[in-house]
Design a protein around this ligand. Structure first.
Ligand SMILES: *Cc1c(COP(=O)(O)O)cnc(C)c1O
Length: 368
């Protein structure tokens, strides 16, 4: 079976994991501290690790004091985690239409959805392709908004030689099982805003103030203060040990994903009317490889055919404004036109050149 996505684990992660198991300290301790320092070295800014990407987004919003009565703009084409993180604070996710080429949030349309309740915007670096930083900055300044980037797809992606996470207001990554690097489960918040970092450090430990420093010495606080709602969102040393191994290998992960995208681009360029979201190589690291099928193609039939050939595919994503919990009327003409034509091809580190050739050939045969 050619899998749509998977983790790739080596002896490096196993050795790290063994070290933690030997220590018989499985909570948040020195491994998390080192992982945060290593991420911080890469991105050049303070990092706070948590137990999922969703938790990172939730805490980032709470640390910006976003809550009931507030609104946060978010593209409708994203994983439901973006929406859940917003609604978890009590704020309302306001779905926006997307741009047809990148599937990024359309800031022109988003402008018409801004109200006096709008406090933040959550651009999503869809597929790993980077939302142009200047567009985001301009939009946020124009309406006086904070920015929480959903960078779950974009660990390793660069814009003009700078890593996603090294610029921007508040940036959140996911390290779940299939992301560009994994901890098993995990995520982090990256920002230069020291007030936000201090706040999320407490919030991840049930609001217990200044517990992080104690935990990093494999201790904990017995006499403490709590001043706000917190959550049990801290990362364990088990997850950090896996993440540190993955981070060591990450340059090869990034290169391989970019190479696979190159191969797909070469193989698929001859299909008329097939559009690639990652249409040309840039500094981004593809997390998924979505294509937009020609208008008349029966996607279900195609997916079944590929499944018969042992090729898994995915759909990233159905529009969130059509879900019962997030139902919203409005102009979603691009998202509603494109979502039935989106198909994600296999993309992961262990995909061989032969696998890519087989997927490409099978798609070509079906579409011609
Ligand atoms: C994976 C993902 C998240 C959430 O990350 P988890 O670690 O799974 O909680 C958020 N947004 C997008 C776009 C994602 O793909």
């Amino acid at each position: 079976m050619i899998r749509l996505s998977k983790s790739s684990l080596s002896s490096i992660e196993r050795v790290n994991l063994d070290r933690v198991l030997e220590s018989e300290f499985l909570g948040m301790g020195a491994e998390v501290k080192f992982f945060e320092e290593e991420l911080s070295d890469l991105l050049g800014r303070p990092v706070c690790c948590v137990n999922s990407g969703t938790a990172a987004l939730h805490l980032a919003l709470q640390a910006l004091s976003i809550g009931p009565g507030d609104e946060v703009l978010v593209p409708t084409i994203t994983y439901v985690a973006s929406f859940q993180a917003i609604s978890a604070t009590g704020a309302k996710p306001v779905a926006c239409d997307i741009q047809p080429e990148t599937l990024h949030i359309d800031y022109n349309k988003a402008a018409s959805l801004v109200t006096s309740a709008t406090k933040a915007v959550m651009p999503v670096h869809y597929a790993g392709r980077v939302v142009a930083p200047f567009d985001t900055q301009e939009f946020a300044q124009r309406f006086n908004l904070r920015v929480v980037e959903d960078a779950a797809h974009a660990f390793g992606s660069k814009y003009n030689d700078s890593f996603v996470g090294s610029f921007g207001d508040v940036v959140c990554f996911s390290f779940d099982g299939i992301k560009n690097i994994t901890c098993g489960e995990g995520g982090c918040i990256v920002t230069n805003d020291s007030a936000v970092i201090e706040r999320v450090k407490n919030q991840r430990l049930l609001g217990v103030e200044k517990d992080t420093e104690r935990r990093f010495e494999n201790q904990r606080s017995w006499n403490f203060e709590v001043s706000e709602q917190g959550w049990r969102y801290h990362m364990s040393d088990i997850n950090a040990a896996i993440g540190r191994g993955q981070l060591k290998r990450s340059q090869s992960f990034f290169k391989r994903r970019q190479k696979i995208a190159d191969l797909y681009r070469n193989n698929l360029s001859s299909i008329p009317d097939l559009k690639l979201v990652m249409e040309s190589p840039d500094g981004s690291v593809p997390h998924i490889f979505p294509v937009i099928l020609p208008q008349d193609v029966d996607r279900n039939h195609l997916r079944a055919k590929l499944a018969d050939l042992e090729i898994q595919t995915g759909i990233h994503y159905q529009p969130n404004h059509l879900l019962k919990f997030y139902r919203q009327q409005g102009d979603f003409s691009i998202a509603e036109k494109l979502y039935s034509r989106i198909l994600s091809l296999p993309m992961h580190f262990d995909l061989s050149d032969r696998d890519v050739a087989k997927v490409s050939r099978s798609l070509l045969e079906f579409l011609q």
